[in-house]
Design a binder for this molecule. Structure first.
Ligand SMILES: O=C(O)CCC(=O)C(=O)O
Ligand SMILES: [Fe+2]
Length: 260
């Protein structure tokens, strides 16, 4: 089944209700309460220059639609799998990609380290969702324009990561892309600690942000190549209304900058 068919108009609408990046810096709330599927957005929180957290940006309905699309992609043409690293280590998250397949440490149209199949096409509605997300995080002009090199944001790959309660992701940079356009990250299901550091080292200083179901996090501009990771997931914190029985789903949209 094509992912496109699963998507109603609601995902294509430029979202109302999502605040624009007008507020100044605010301290990050550190509550660990049960995440609901439909938290009202409190507005953008600037974590570092170019790095913005928008709590509760996706409605419960949109989260359910994304969960359904990710389920369809996980069925094929490339299955969800634990990536094997060159040193023999196996990532604890399971991943499936759309548009371009990420493998350590490059992109390919085919899943060369899985089953060799060409990955699912990157759908137009997901480009629109990425654009809407950037506008919500940065505001319609200004940084948005600057951080995308004056072009419209055109993500062409999505990495979909599934975390069970024990899964983690070590500190790393997203640097296989040749484009410096921002990364758009959407979280659904269980809450986690998202650790966001600097561009030079994977160590301190960093900021720990709790990402809950429906949250948007964007990192671009001076933060585009910042180290980040997920040291902890809080099992059982998701609202079953988003359509997941457990675990955490994270979708990152990126521009690869690759031809074709
Ligand atoms: O799960 C997350 O929030 C981050 C995922 C990530 O950093 C990645 O896929 O490169
Ligand atoms: Fe990453």
């Amino acid at each position: 089944m094509s992912g496109e068919a699963l998507f109603p108009e609601s995902l294509l609408r430029r979202s109302g209700g999502s605040a624009e990046a007008s507020g100044g810096e605010r301290a990050e709330a550190s509550g660990t309460g049960k995440a609901t599927g439909d938290r009202a957005s409190d507005g953008p929180v600037v974590i570092a220059p170019g790095a913005v957290h928008l709590p509760g940006w996706l409605s419960a309905g949109r989260q359910r639609e994304l969960v359904a699309a990710c389920r369809a992609w996980a069925r094929g043409p490339v299955p969800l799998r634990h990536t094997v690293l060159p040193g023999g280590g196996v990532m604890s998250v399971s991943t499936v990609c759309v548009g371009w397949h990420w493998l350590p440490y490059r992109y390919s149209r085919t899943a060369d380290d899985v089953n060799g199949a060409r990955v699912a096409a990157f759908p137009g509605w997901l480009v629109e969702l990425g654009r809407t997300a950037l506008e919500a995080a940065y505001g319609p002009g200004g940084q948005l324009h600057e951080y995308t090199g004056g072009r419209e944001y055109t993500p062409d790959t999505a990495l979909i990561n599934f975390y069970d309660g024990a899964a983690r992701m070590g500190m790393h940079q997203d640097k296989e892309e040749r484009s410096g356009a921002p990364v758009v990250s959407l979280s659904i299901g269980d809450s986690c600690v998202f650790r966001f550091g600097g561009t030079r080292t994977r160590g301190r200083p960093y900021t720990d942000v709790e990402l809950a179901s429906g949250d948007l996090f964007v990192f671009g501009g001076p933060s585009r190549f910042a180290y980040h990771g997920v040291p902890k997931v809080y099992p059982g914190t998701a609202d079953p209304a988003v359509g997941m029985s457990g675990g955490r789903l994270n979708i990152t949209l990126r521009e690869t900058g690759l031809p074709g």
